[in-house]
Design a protein around this ligand. Structure first.
Ligand SMILES: Nc1ncnc2c1ncn2[C@@H]1O[C@H](COP(=O)(O)OP(=O)(O)O)[C@@H](O)[C@H]1O
Ligand SMILES: [Mg+2]
Length: 391
């Protein structure tokens, strides 16, 4: 039979066209000469981030050598995240608030969290970016590692000035078997102080074939590739977050081996929960193999997190109840609600923490969404503290 549509032409042509169109869109949003900047924060937000009163902030601002706010036309004082960090360190120096500088201390190991599930669309990337930005706002040093060749987390950072996925600059460069690059070389600073990224790109898929070849020579040593790459730089971070691809492949197995904790985001939908069951079954069978060859993996914690939750939807409420029954305390108490504010922010390539409340036509929608994110993130922060054995 003579078919006229060349598969290669089809794929190639639309890959190029789509890439160009998206690049133009991104250039229109973030012109290359306009450096992306983190927004400013109101004194109410600063007080809440530092857990002190606004009056107290005013009091320190009057002191010498204290950061001076930018004063807007309406008289409102606005602070940068760098200034908030300065306040934090000033408060830490006067020693009245324990853990106001939350960075880890001697004996507290860098927390490496894998955010993982089988299914695309279960909010892995959204969970990673919102948790990462929350922690950076709270004063932790965070590194986010994009492990998904589809590179959603990477593209949420817009055009990083010095990043080119075609030039050996993704995480693959640090984990390949042949002449790996030092991990420090592929870390990119973002516009958010305290939040760095390692980017992904299609070349990450090469890990799968490389492992298949490597295994013949060196067995399961591939499992340690991610741990080895992260070990080089974990000194500089308190928390490393790994955003996984929607698959359970060698790369995911290596990330589960490197992890000290695991988060499994699951929407409370039949198909998502069903798929999560299959993910767990497959993961269990791999873990059994690892146990049998003496390469067993243990974590400080693993938790399920209900994402995109719509409380008024009965089937979801029922599914959430079932999940609570099955997962017990391994399901986080707080659920991240489905919100147009979160979806909008993500289409602007931002987390909700990056967007000014006033940008939303319905501030109430923003408030509900940020409250839900904060509650879930705070619960995860507590788990990290438990792993560090903090009070
Ligand atoms: N809480 C939320 N409310 C509304 N939309 C969400 C929420 N979390 C994620 N989304 C949307 O769901 C889609 C999939 O989310 P994403 O984080 O990319 O999932 P994954 O990384 O698991 O594939 C995205 O379009 C995202 O904008
Ligand atoms: Mg994703």
């Amino acid at each position: 039979m003579n078919r006229s549509l060349s598969s290669q032409d089809f794929m190639q042509s639309f890959s190029t066209k789509l890439e160009n169109a998206l690049q133009n869109l991104s250039l229109a949003q973030y012109p290359p000469d306009a450096r992306r900047q983190m927004r400013l924060f109101s004194s109410t937000e600063v007080a809440s981030l530092l857990d002190v009163s606004e009056a107290y902030i005013r009091q320190i601002v009057q002191k010498e050598n204290s950061p001076t706010p930018e004063i807007l036309g309406n008289g409102r004082r606005m602070y940068s995240l760098e200034q908030i960090l300065e306040f934090r360190m000033m408060l830490a120096a006067n020693g009245r608030k324990k853990w106001i500088n939350p960075r880890r201390t001697e004996g507290e190991a860098c927390q490496i969290l894998a955010i993982t599930n089988f299914k695309g669309g279960s909010s892995k990337t959204s969970t990673t970016i919102h948790l990462g930005h929350y922690l950076a706002l709270k004063g932790y040093r965070v590194l986010a590692v994009d492990l998904d060749p589809q590179a959603s987390l990477t593209s949420l950072h817009g055009a990083l000035a010095d990043f080119d996925p075609r030039k050996d600059d993704t995480f693959y460069a640090a984990i390949r078997f042949d002449n790996p690059r030092p991990t420090a070389e592929i870390i990119h600073k973002t516009h958010i102080p305290g939040f760095d990224v390692i980017c992904a790109g299609l070349e990450l898929t090469e890990f799968e074939t490389a492992v298949a070849l490597e295994m013949r020579k060196n067995g399961t040593s591939f499992l340690l590739r991610i741990s080895m790459a992260l070990e080089q730089i974990c000194e500089d971070y308190d928390i490393i977050l790994m955003d996984s691809a929607p698959s359970l492949n060698f790369l995911t197995l290596a990330s589960l081996t490197a992890a000290t904790g695991v988060l499994i985001p699951v929407p409370a939908h039949m198909l998502d929960v069903d798929s999560t069951g299959k993910f767990l079954e497959l993961a269990a069978s791999y873990m059994q193999i690892l146990n049998e060859i003496g390469a067993s993996v243990s974590w400080d914690f693993a938790r399920f997190l209900i994402t995109k939750y719509e409380p008024n939807d009965h089937p979801q409420a029922n599914m959430a109840a079932l999940m609570r029954q099955v997962f017990g305390e391994n399901l986080l108490l707080n659920m991240v609600t489905k919100s147009t504010a979160i979806a909008d922010a993500l289409t602007w390539k931002q987390s909700l923490y990056e967007v000014q409340r006033s940008r939303f036509s319905s501030p109430k929608t923003y408030d509900r969404a940020i409250e839900s994110l904060n509650a879930a993130n705070e619960e995860i922060e507590k788990l990290i503290w438990s792993a560090w054995r903090r009070e």
